[in-house]
Ligand binder design. Structure first.
Ligand code: MG
Length: 245
């Protein structure tokens, strides 16, 4: 039998327990700040404290990545944005640092091309660090360029893509790198789930993702936009939201 412990009425906690070294609070300390109440969304809808970064009706909040003074020219229909090939990458007008990101994407039902040429896009955290978007359904490519790969650095632990035409969910936990002047003091880390399947668990990035090159960190601002890639394929996105950490 567990001994009956007396809770202190005032704050429903304990003050006669050992002190946790890192926080200075007692174990079960009732004076510790309560976690904020967040109302989860239904299914994959944004929770109450999320910032919805695509309104579903137009491209406001998004700009051209080539020239951020110009609007994003992707197509919007039925709550979905679609790459308009040739209009270029797009990015959020706002910058973000460490965050939880949710988005959904779908590859064209009409299969065109192979390898990197099929349903290619990309989620560029801070405009620099790409988590690959690719239609890898029965379509192999180099492993570190597979959907969910940290492009050019780490293949995903699994190929978790759904068939073309079926929506996929990305849930990405991003820890921004930290710099002191020009010096890297903490690298970036990422955790990635595709369709609820873990692809990377707190993986340390080597630097910005690159094509056919090694990489290294270069100091940048603590908050930078989220970028989506126009790789010439008709990839569509919906339900994009962010919870800043
Ligand atoms: Mg890509």
């Amino acid at each position: 039998m567990e001994p009956v412990r007396q809770l202190e009425n005032e704050h429903l906690g304990y003050s006669d327990t050992p002190v946790l070294e890192d926080s200075g609070y007692h174990v079960h300390d009732g004076t510790r700040p309560q976690p904020p109440v967040v109302t989860p969304g239904e299914g994959t809808a944004a929770p109450s404290d999320a910032k919805v970064i695509f309104n579903g009706s137009d491209m406001s909040g998004w700009v051209s990545a080539n020239d951020p003074s110009k609007p994003a020219e992707w197509k919007v229909e039925n709550g979905i944005m679609e790459v308009v090939p040739g209009t270029g990458d797009i990015q959020t007008a706002d910058g973000f640092g460490s965050m939880q990101l949710h988005l959904e994407f779908v590859s064209p039902e009409v299969i065109k091309g192979e390898g990197q040429g099929r349903g290619n896009s990309g989620v560029f955290l801070m405009t620099l660090y790409e988590i690959q978007v690719l239609d890898n359904y029965n379509n192999p490519t180099y492993p570190d360029g597979t959907v969910g790969g940290i492009y050019g650095q780490y293949p995903p632990r699994a190929n978790a893509i759904r068939q073309p035409g079926a929506w996929n969910t990305y849930d990405i936990l991003w820890e921004a790198p930290e710099f002191n002047g020009e010096k890297l003091v903490k690298p970036a880390f990422v955790t990635v789930l595709l369709n609820n399947i873990l692809l990377h668990h707190h993986k340390e990035l080597q630097g910005p993702t690159r094509h056919k090159e090694l990489t290294q960190y270069k100091a940048h601002a603590p908050r930078l936009p989220l970028k989506l890639q126009d790789h010439g394929d008709l990839v569509r996105f919906r339900n994009l939201w962010v919870r800043e950490l």
